[in-house]
Design a protein around this ligand. Structure first.
Ligand code: NAP
Length: 310
């Protein structure tokens, strides 16, 4: 019998309490799935950084920690964790992100605000937007979520480029990597989407120098992680008009403090970390698949590279 501890957020227990055992039963795996288990008996932990387990030292027979979150920056450096760590990649999370990004890109591309927010009822004729094929979008981070967004933007017809640590070949996407690649993608991006993980290398990647390379009037979407952006540098670029607008879903401190300048800036849209989230029904299947793999000696899916930090 395999013992699995649920160490996710308290509010999620009710949902996963039945979904995970059902997903495991469909793979003929018998388990004990509980919240309160003696650590030395636990084989797998279903985990979220906001859950109760921060110290893994007492989990002496742990085979893997299976996170319900895509981002792992809060656990990847945990020195008490010696077992493999897997992050969440699920279809629902991907779809949600592709929809959020495509929606906000279209808002910018079509200049929707000029007509939705038009208190003086001005007839602004002669302002048809260019076609999507004439609009250059850049995505920093060509992983699970970045590629899902690229596919969705491609379907609308946008000219999409992406940047990653290792070089990629993605159909209909101009792929860049390395420092030169970063400069090249920044120079061409009228709308830049940040979907990098938060690591030592990516923290503050959107700084004064990076922003200065972008075309005047460019827009930024950040559904990745708050610390990717140097906030002072972005506020300065918004002030000068070099960056026309930013839509930010994630922040260095969440919830975004009430007195933060982003709230007061008419060229910033704040969304409260809702770009996408793990969908329990599909996520339970991913967890069950990984436990099945662990039990049959196959490599885990979506295992985090602890050295790279994501
Ligand atoms: P992923 O599959 O691990 O992809 C990460 C991408 O970033 C990869 O293409 C990777 O390059 C690239 N990258 C990492 N470090 C880099 C560096 N130093 N230089 C250049 N490229 C680098 O992650 P994902 O599943 O797409 O998720 C991305 C992030 O989205 C998560 O880490 C999380 O922070 C965020 N997220 C936000 C929400 C929300 O609601 N706002 C929801 C879920 C996730 P390689 O391909 O070469 O490895």
């Amino acid at each position: 019998m395999i013992t699995i501890q649920f160490a996710g957020a308290e509010k999620d227990w009710k949902t996963y309490q039945s979904l995970i055992p059902e997903a495991l039963a469909s793979k003929n795996i018998e388990t004990v799935f509980q919240r309160d288990v003696a650590p030395e008996n636990v084989d797998y932990i279903v985990y979220s950084p906001s859950g109760p387990v921060q110290d893994f030292s007492a989990y002496t027979k742990l085979k893997a920690v299976l996170s319900l979150w895509a981002g792992v920056e809060r656990v990847v450096g945990n020195q008490t964790l010696k077992a493999p760590l897997c992050r969440m990649v699920d279809g629902g999370l991907r779809e949600g992100m592709a929809e959020w990004v495509t929606g906000h890109v279209l808002r910018y591309h079509l200049g929707m605000d000029a007509h939705i927010v038009n208190p003086n009822h001005r007839w602004q004729a002669g302002t048809a937007p260019p076609l999507a094929s004439e609009r250059r979008i850049g995505i920093l981070g060509l992983g699970e979520l970045g590629q899902a967004c690229a596919r969705s933007l491609n379907c609308v017809g946008f000219d999409v480029a992406g940047w990653s640590r290792t070089h990629k070949n993605v159909e209909n996407v101009s792929c860049f990597s390395g420092q030169d690649g970063l400069e090249a993608i920044l120079r061409r991006s009228e709308i830049l989407v940040l979907l990098l993980p938060q690591t030592v290398e990516t923290t503050g990647i959107i700084n004064t120098q990076a922003l200065s390379l972008m075309p005047k009037g460019a827009r930024i979407l950040n559904p990745g992680r708050g610390p990717l952006i140097d906030d002072d540098a972005l506020l300065e670029a918004l002030e000068t008009g070099h960056i026309a607008h930013a839509t930010l879903d994630v922040f260095a401190k969440e919830p975004l403090p009430e007195d933060h300048p982003y709230w007061r800036n008419s060229n910033v849209t704040v969304t409260p970390h809702i770009a996408s989230e793990t969908r329990p029904y599909t996520a339970a299947k991913v967890i069950a698949e990984n436990i099945a793999r662990g039990e049959s000696g196959k490599p885990f899916l979506f295992e985090v590279d602890r050295t790279a930090g994501y």
